[in-house]
Design a protein around this ligand. Sequence first.
Ligand SMILES: *Cc1c(COP(=O)(O)O)cnc(C)c1O
Length: 395
Amino acid sequence: MDKIGRFGDLGGQYVPETVMNAVTELQEAYDRYKNDPQFLAELHELYRNYAFRPSLLYYAEKMTRDLGGPKIYIKREDLNHTGSHKINNALGQVLLAKHMGKKRIIAETGAGQHGVATATICAYFDMECEVYMGREDMERQALNVYRMELLGAKVTGVDSGTATLKDAINEAMRDWATNIETTFYCIGSVMGPHPYPTMVRDFQKIIGEEAKAQILEAEGRLPDCVVACVGGGSNAMGIFYDFIGDKSVRLVGAEAAGRGIETGEHAATVSKGSLGIFHGMKSLFLQNDEGQIAPVFSISAGLDYPGIGPEHAHLHETGRADYVAVTDEEAVQAFEYLSKTEGIIPAIESAHAVAAARRIAPTMGKDQIMIINLSGRGDKDVQQIARYRGVDINA
Ligand SMILES: *Cc1c(COP(=O)(O)O)cnc(C)c1O
């Protein structure tokens, strides 16, 4: 990183003056705590005793045999408390908020996964929690709304714009700027103004650190390929980061092609996006000719974001990571495949990574090694996949 909060020319702090005070306060606090031994000791203790880390690195023997290519390992973030990698980041940010003396946490959520993770940690720390959620998403994800309320959070519906994730982020930013004294804004991915992309990556990089130690223990060498799904990009940055300096390791991000990248109904930001400034950062976004943010579509609510974190855009720009687009149909097939082959039902987001792995594995040698990051478990998606397949599960 050349300048503060920049990845090449990307990232930065493009926020209105009213938000700048909050951003500066957070940046100073993060600079102070990020290398503080006591803060890091507390964080790692919570990783262990609350999130149940380290997560398993599982050798997928049947998948390996079936695809006939590299030895395939799966990093089991689905086994974390609350069922995904989101808990790593929520733990880090709420712990930081506590050290900053903040009493109130706000968050945005799309599908509800980040909202649930944040509400969970707030329950644990006895903090006030308010989650902004697009009205449209609240209807689609009613169960997660109730889950957050059960955990003691207040869920506030957002009606502006398309009443989805990007509008929830706008509303949370407004709240943050107004209530800066008491309030900490816990962002759910490696996006937003600096320090968020760096800070969220730092709280997620434990995934790659563990995976590297685990593969060295199991195989005595580094993997040849690491695959992860990309929405905003936090689980992918988490597993990629510790491997970036290892040039022999190919890094592959799988983004959501929805109904196909030629249909206009997708969330394939790297394939189809262009440079822009939105939500406080310079990065790649799906936008129209006037620069307005375009509507996005994916079967996976967690990948349904019209942008990508600036560090990913930079990894793409420099060619250090490759990004491939996976359609809904391919993701659903991978969802079914992993369930039947390994007895692991993946989150539909994670199934995008499995689909990319199925495409890449046959091009690799038997003496090679691949790691797939399984960002979350699929219980939450079973009903939707049944509907997609036309199965009436209420019959
Ligand atoms: C939220 C979510 C994602 C997408 O977010 P990233 O920031 O790109 O990781 C992927 N998988 C699961 C299970 C999620 O809940």
